[in-house]
Design a protein around this ligand. Structure first.
Ligand code: ASP
Length: 305
């Protein structure tokens, strides 16, 4: 079993993972015995920078007794020109049981899965998907609102370049939420008709009455010149702050997948304010990654017996 994208999952599978993350969290916090996979080792292949996701997977592995080996391009033979295929084959032949991959190219985890026998987990691939982030976000919303069905979630910012937005659009719409995308036209994704979301070009209409305001980082590393006139002008029109947050419900949750550019997507007061659940998103990232490891390794264990 691989875990590559939310788009290809059905609602019951998503719901099952969310239930599993919630119960692993409950059991972890109450000191109950957790599932353990001491005979498993995963390779954490991070070919793009990461803080939250990489440490989230490492912590999840530790808590389930899974061994891990962590590396990126620097420090591996990929810096000598070895291909992704050969890297994956090497890890396979060395007996690694599962792979977690972050890569700048959309689809890289799918390519890895063709050459690897065990489970492959997507930790973010280019502008495509970041499925564990969407699960962490949904877990956080569920803790506060008990449901996703019927909620209005406004996703604000650089939607075009954001894999977090893509995974969230699929997850939230499959689970019955109304998704609104709020961005300048140049930062909206193409093929509007294929995307299960409303498109809004102003914060006023986009946040109107929203239950959740999910802000996104400006992905400067993936952005061509000329998409916005200046960061200052972007902030003046699209920053979520104590003024603009008033368009949403008074108790709307404020989210951001991190890393936050304080003063750009969000002002300081809002990042640290009482509606912000950003730290909870990070915490829940560990539990959803535990749920994924549990799902991929428990299903394999069952198959073998
Ligand atoms: N950490 C998230 C990602 O890797 C969000 C971001 O970098 O903006 O996609």
């Amino acid at each position: 079993m691989n875990f590559l994208s939310i788009r290809e999952m059905e609602r019951p599978e998503i719901a099952k993972l969310l239930r599993s993350a919630a119960s692993l969290k409950k059991d972890s916090l109450s000191g109950k015995k957790l599932p353990a996979f001491p005979d498993k080792t995963v390779g954490l292949l991070f070919f793009e920078d990461s803080t939250r996701t990489r440490v989230g997977f490492e912590m999840a592995a530790r808590r389930l007794g899974i061994g891990f080996t962590s590396f990126g391009v620097k420090g591996s033979s990929m810096s000598k020109g070895e291909s992704l295929k050969d890297t994956v084959l090497t890890l396979k032949n060395e007996g690694v049981d599962g792979l977690v991959i972050r890569h700048e190219a959309a689809g890289a985890p799918n390519v890895a899965a063709r050459f690897f026998d065990g489970p492959v987990i997507n930790a973010g691939d280019g502008m495509h998907e970041h499925p564990t982030q969407a699960l962490a976000d949904a877990t956080t919303i569920l803790e506060h609102r008990k449901k996703l069905d019927g909620l209005v979630v406004s996703i604000v910012g650089d939607v075009m370049h954001s894999r977090v937005a893509r995974s969230n659009i699929w997850l939230l719409s499959k689970m019955g939420a109304t998704v609104r995308l709020v961005a300048p036209r140049t930062l909206m994704p193409p093929y509007k008709e294929l995307i299960p979301a409303e498109f809004h070009y102003s914060l006023k209409t986009g946040l109107d009455g929203a239950d959740v305001v999910m802000t996104l980082r400006m992905q400067m590393e993936r952005m061509e010149n000329g998409l916005i006139s200046s960061l200052g002008e972007y902030a003046s029109m699209y920053q979520v702050n104590s003024g603009t947050l008033r368009y949403a419900k008074p108790d709307a949750l404020v989210m951001h997948p991190g890393p936050v550019n304080r003063g750009l997507e969000l002002d300081d007061l809002t990042v640290d304010g009482k509606q912000s659940v950003i730290n909870e998103q990070v915490e829940n990232g560990v539990y959803v990654r535990m749920a994924i490891f549990n799902a991929v390794f428990a299903s394999k264990a069952k198959k073998k017996s």
